[in-house]
Design a protein around this ligand. Structure first.
Ligand SMILES: NC(=O)c1ccc[n+]([C@@H]2O[C@H](COP(=O)([O-])OP(=O)(O)OC[C@H]3O[C@@H](n4cnc5c(N)ncnc54)[C@H](OP(=O)(O)O)[C@@H]3O)[C@@H](O)[C@H]2O)c1
Length: 209
């Protein structure tokens, strides 16, 4: 497929780009600073320099693609980057009639708050992650209010590590048996797998070891 990846220079985004290329997709990496893609080179890779907050640039980038994967992030501080960037992506997709959107959010958002461990729920999120979570809540609302064929992916704590392809997904919000961590490579694996299935169409699956 012809894929467009936002957040392509980030921890998860780089994994999405590399795995997608390895699977034979044609990939456009949208990046403010393409140099941050580092040593990723592949005949199937195109790089577009741009800011996700630049609506006109996003609109132009979306043209000609079959699906969009969004892994944008902005750290833990007060921000509306995820919300505003995702709104630009959604509007551009609607205009270009590109239907499939796989968007990375976070475990703990919406009804998945129940999946969090006690320390994360009552200490880490309120003290350190409340701004990022508020941004993800608004980001998810933008996606859910759209008429696109969307899937929102909610990983817990991200870590470096290999793609194992072995993780739990789509568990209920009452499931507290999950480990609460997953490698960025496995999040990318799950995001890319969504391109071939409608299992989680218009749903917000968690993904975790
Ligand atoms: N860290 C965790 O444990 C965790 C857990 C659950 C969910 N999440 C969420 O998962 C998402 C991805 O996390 P990550 O750690 O893989 O991301 P990350 O490494 O922080 O990367 C974020 C990406 O967003 C891009 N970006 C930021 N502002 C941009 C802009 N204005 N225009 C274009 N691109 C922009 C960055 O580009 P630059 O290279 O130009 O900065 C980078 O490619 C985040 O939204 C995060 O909140 C994180």
């Amino acid at each position: 497929m012809k894929l467009l990846v936002f957040g392509a220079t980030g921890g998860t985004g780089r994994e999405v780009v590399q795995q997608a290329l390895a699977q034979g997709h044609e990939v456009t990496a949208y990046a403010r600073n393409p140099a941050r893609l580092g040593d990723i080179t592949h005949p199937g890779l195109q790089v577009v320099r741009g800011d996700v907050l630049d609506a006109a640039a996003v609109e132009k980038a979306v043209l000609g693609h079959e699906a969009v994967l969004c892994a944008i992030g902005a750290g833990a501080g007060r921000t509306s980057l995820r919300e505003d960037g995702t709104r630009n992506i959604v509007r551009a997709m609607q205009k270009a009639d590109v239907r499939r959107l796989i968007c990375q959010s976070s475990m703990g958002v919406g009804d998945s708050r129940a999946n969090l461990g006690l320390l994360t729920k009552y200490v880490i999120v309120p003290l350190f992650l409340r701004h990022a979570f508020a941004d993800h809540e608004r980001q998810e609302a933008v996606v859910k209010e759209s008429d696109l064929d969307w899937t929102i992916v909610r990983p817990p704590h991200l870590k470096d590590g290999p793609r194992t392809g072995t993780y739990r997904h789509g568990f209920p919000s009452t499931d507290t048996g999950i480990q609460g961590k997953i490698s960025r490579a496995d999040v990318a694996d799950f995001m890319l797998k969504q391109l071939a299935t409608d299992t989680y169409l218009h749903l917000t699956p968690g993904v975790s070891y």
